[in-house]
Design a protein around this ligand. Sequence first.
Ligand SMILES: Cc1cc2nc3c(=O)[nH]c(=O)nc-3n(C[C@H](O)[C@H](O)[C@H](O)COP(=O)(O)O)c2cc1C
Length: 128
Amino acid sequence: MKQQILVIYKSVTGFTEQYARWIAKELDCQAMDLREVSAKTMAGYQLVIFGGRIHAGVVDGLKQVKKLFEKSTAGKLVVFATGATPNTAGEMIEETWKNNFTPAELEHIPHFYLQSGCGMKKCRWVIN
Ligand SMILES: Cc1cc2nc3c(=O)[nH]c(=O)nc-3n(C[C@H](O)[C@H](O)[C@H](O)COP(=O)(O)O)c2cc1C
């Protein structure tokens, strides 16, 4: 029998992982790093929640997750993204979603944005 919910995250400086762990705690389910997840892992769940950081407009890991999800027989995919963009910048956030989802995906995949920050110390190597 399928388990109910799996939270997956891709995180470099820790913000997305923290959100994923909070969500998993609230939902009383497991949070896993995307690196540990296969289509076979996903197949065991009715609902998969994926969280990725926004990196230069791209939701990091989303392409990979969409492919894994298609291969798996998991029931439903929900996506959240974290970024330094303020929550109030609605148009900018909508634009990001449009660049990361097809029109059909925009309609069928529930998605939401969570503001984070920029962990300059940890991500210095990313900027250089
Ligand atoms: C090189 C770089 C590019 C970024 N691009 C964006 C962006 O396009 N939009 C945004 O909202 N945040 C952007 N950010 C901020 C990150 O998305 C934010 O710090 C994110 O929550 C980091 O997630 P993590 O701690 O899970 O790795 C960028 C950060 C860096 C270092």
